[in-house]
Design a protein around this ligand. Structure first.
Ligand SMILES: [Zn+2]
Length: 53
């Protein structure tokens, strides 16, 4: 079970979705400069549910 969480964390932590073409952009740290596909500079994080009960 813990394995699941770890995998999810690692997978989605550094992935940003382009707001324009929704392409996945990977970045080691912080936001990517621009989308590798369309060049847009607006991104959102892949997983935005960091809620803790
Ligand atoms: Zn894009």
């Amino acid at each position: 079970m813990a394995k699941f969480e770890a995998t999810e964390n690692r997978t989605f932590k550094n992935i940003y979705i382009c707001m324009k073409c929704t392409a996945k952009n990977r970045s080691a740290t912080g936001m990517p400069g621009k989308c590798r596909k369309c060049g847009a500079k607006k991104f959102r994080v892949k997983s935005k549910k960091v809620k803790k009960a």
